[in-house]
Design a protein. Structure first.
Length: 420
């Protein structure tokens, strides 16, 4: 029998070889030559020239591709959906906003899942547009507000946020206020709706918990090859939040926002549900806004290796074979057209490939053009901190992988022009 130390060595070597195989490239001169898959030619070669043809032919086949081979298909519908107002208060955010906390319950196959929506709404207007976005560690981390409930779902440990034993406590309250410019939103007439993503699907390579488990047939333990990974599950959760929000008379429009892996989820939610009035992708990178075929920074092989639960298993066929992808992420962005879309990068976030995010927005602009909407008209990356704000917007800000006040100031000013 092999000794445990040899097994450990063998496993470590295998893991290292997978990582060296998918070593990131940060050298622009080593980006492979590739053809950008055409938005206006169907998979069987038909040319598209009008928005109606895009909607009837090209959009559905691209949507199907992303569903079957990238994020994965949702295997069916819920049996029941319900919600309950847990509490509300009129004096939140320095007296400028109302707070509501709503529990949403999803039921399928006699199993159920609950998640809590935290809402801040500006006072003084009968109904307001809101930004809807997941947070990484619990609703109580986005604000110092002592009334915000602490999640008891599994939480990734984080020393800076004082989260240990995979449980959030009072110690992490307000620790992520830097990423959520709530008062700026309220002052501009916008509300915020946020959910802890771990309540919808815990972010670990384990398919026994979260949303997936609700949908299993007798004896099933993980999704089928073309079925959903966690990104599609988080996107599903956003659509369920929308089922509530569209019936809350205090809300006029919903713009979804997401940072990084949650930006990938926001884009997929926006592509699959046109009730979202707009989409904001903050540093979403590989499998989000960045073109996969550039193979710059994180690659398909690398992301599938590090996060095997994020995508459908079918996506693994493109590990190290980006040239074989029949579609790329600009086509995901185009699925959101003609609704407003903001793609944002950070100059030090090379892992997410800012240029690949920009180019995807640039190429997607073709479809915005079909609808007479303005997108990005040049393929030259704009200067740092010089946003281009059309229906399709883009900025690259100084600094690293994060959500900063600068980002929110841009999103708010852009959204004010489009939604207020
Ligand atoms: C990792 C991962 C990225 C992801 C990021 C995040 O860096 O490789 O794809 O976007 O985590 O979610 O913060």
């Amino acid at each position: 029998m092999m000794k445990p130390v040899f097994i450990l060595l063998a496993v470590t070597c295998m893991m290292q070889s997978a990582f060296t195989q998918f070593e990131p490239n940060y050298d622009e001169s080593k980006v492979p030559q590739f053809e950008v898959p055409d938005l206006l030619t169907t998979f069987n070669g038909e040319k598209i020239t009008k928005a109606e043809q895009w909607e009837d032919k090209r959009r559905p086949e691209l949507l199907r591709f992303f569903e079957e081979e990238v994020y994965g298909r949702v295997p069916g519908n819920l049996d029941a959906f319900s919600f309950k107002l847990l509490e509300q208060d009129d004096s939140a955010v320095n007296g400028k906003a109302r707070r509501k906390q709503v529990a949403i319950t999803l039921e399928k196959n006699k199993r159920s899942l609950n998640f809590n929506l935290l809402l801040y709404l500006p006072k003084g207007s009968p109904s307001a547009p809101v930004f809807l976005g997941y947070n990484f560690h619990g609703n109580h981390t986005v604000t110092h507000d002592p009334k915000v409930l602490i999640t008891d779902a599994w939480n990734e440990n984080n020393e800076a946020l004082e989260i240990s034993n995979n449980k959030a406590t009072e110690a992490s309250r307000g620790k992520r206020t830097n990423r959520w410019a709530i008062e700026k939103m309220i002052d501009a007439g916008f509300g915020l709706a946020t959910i802890y993503y771990g309540e919808v699907d815990p972010d670990k390579n384990d398919f026994t918990d979260g949303l997936h488990a609700l949908f299993y047939k007798e004896g099933q333990e993980r999704p089928e090859t073309n079925e959903w990974g966690s990104i599609a599950a988080w996107a599903f959760g956003l659509r369920c939040a929308m089922d509530y929000l569209e019936n809350d008379g205090d809300i006029s429009k919903v713009v979804i926002f997401g940072h990084s892996r949650l930006g990938k989820a926001a884009l997929w939610a926006g592509a699959t549900d046109n009730r979202f009035a707009g989409v904001i992708s903050n540093d979403s990178g590989c499998g989000g806004a960045a073109l996969s075929k550039r193979q710059f920074g994180e690659t398909v092989g690398r992301i599938n290796h590090s996060f095997p639960h994020w995508f459908a298993d079918a996506f693994e066929q493109y590990n190290g074979k980006e040239e074989q992808l029949p579609a790329d992420q600009h086509q995901l962005l185009a699925l959101i057209a003609p609704r407003p879309l903001y793609v944002a990068s950070a100059v030090e976030d090379q892992w997410a490939d800012p240029k690949g995010e920009f180019l995807a927005a640039y190429y997607a602009s073709t479809i915005y053009g079909l609808y007479g909407k303005a997108g990005i008209t040049t393929d030259e990356l704009p200067a740092v901190d010089r946003p281009i704000q059309n229906t399709l917007a883009y900025h690259i800000r100084s600094g690293g992988h994060d959500v900063m006040d600068y980002d929110w100031e841009q999103y708010i000013s852009w959204a004010k022009k489009l939604f207020n």
